[in-house]
Ligand binder design. Structure first.
Ligand code: ZN
Length: 307
């Protein structure tokens, strides 16, 4: 079964929900990198959460979710674009030893310096427009509570998340209480729907979330509710790296830095952290990079026609 994201609404209420399951996309992230199980679980949960939040966004662009850690895990990054194309990576401290049952605070917040950031990067930026970034202290012991607290504080939105990931699958459920004053309310809403649907969702164990497909889960949880489902969407893995972007990064490092590295190494070998794609820049490639005005000219792949 392919990766699926399912939005739904409870009739006569101001509660909306989403369920997502990632199998192929999640496997793809783990293909080239094997992380300790505790890191894997956190990264999988973040991936699911990014898909859930992204599907709720009203703008055309990417959401980038990051946890900067002060423990054995230095950085966790997940990106999801408007088409629900995802990529994810984690950076561990050197010689990190990580217990299988390590908690989120043990992984990234040992000294209370962990940070959580959400960046919204519009696809068609106006000249000079910067992506929006919210960055806060890591508040919560699980990925779901960190995001719930963030959403409450920065968006004033009551959001609840249930997330789980193992090596095979990552699944998540989101419930959100819609503000009643935005013209969406008719006055006939079921006032208890939020408490009831959240209480029902809270009965789902981690094992059940990992072991049950999302449509069965929806049925099992809310068979007594009037649920309206929308057209399912299909998230997938996609990495947006390119030779041009790597060239751009080298240009930003500056000529002196690049020349130093070339003197040491003879050739620059760069591997994408997200997908493992390899990019090589030899001294001729680098000289071209700094000589040319346009980036496209500078990053001709090796062996292609030179101008
Ligand atoms: Zn890549």
């Amino acid at each position: 079964m392919s990766d699926t994201l399912q939005k739904f609404m409870f009739d006569h209420s101001l509660v909306r929900g989403e369920l997502v399951e990632l199998s192929d996309a999640w496997q793809h992230v783990q293909l080239r990198r094997s992380y300790p199980p505790a890191v894997n679980a956190v990264l999988g949960e973040m991936m699911v959460a990014a898909a859930l939040l992204s599907a709720n966004l009203k703008f055309n662009g990417s959401i980038i979710m990051q946890i900067h850690g002060d423990g054995p895990v230095r950085l966790l990054v997940v990106e999801c674009d408007a088409a629900l194309q995802l990529r994810a990576t984690a950076k561990l401290a050197e010689e990190a030893s990580i217990a299988d049952d390590a908690t989120l605070p043990q992984l990234v917040n040992q000294h209370g310096h962990g940070r959580f950031a959400i960046t919204l990067d519009p696809q068609d930026k106006l000249p000079g427009q910067q992506p929006y970034q919210g960055i806060v202290a890591l508040d919560g012991d699980t990925v779901s509570t960190v995001i719930e607290n963030y959403m409450m504080r920065s968006e004033q939105l009551d959001t609840r998340l249930w997330l789980a990931a193992d090596a095979k699958v990552a699944r998540g459920l989101l419930l959100q209480k819609l503000p009643g004053d935005g013209g969406t309310a008719s006055g006939n809403e079921d006032a208890d729907a939020w408490n009831r649907t959240v209480t029902l969702a809270s009965t789902v164990s981690n094992e059940e979330l990992l072991g049950t497909d999302i449509m069965t889960l929806l049925q099992r949880l809310y068979w007594e509710e009037q649920v309206r489902v929308f057209e399912p969407r299909h998230p997938s893995f996609h990495c947006s790296c390119s030779r041009e972007k790597v060239g751009n990064m080298l240009k930003m490092l500056g000529r002196a830095e690049v020349d130093d590295a070339l003197a040491d190494l003879g050739k620059l070998e760069i591997n994408c952290d997200f997908c493992g794609q390899h990019y090589g820049f030899d001294p001729v490639d680098c000289a071209q990079l700094f000589a040319s005005d346009t980036l496209a000219d500078a990053v001709q792949p090796p062996g292609s026609q030179q101008h």
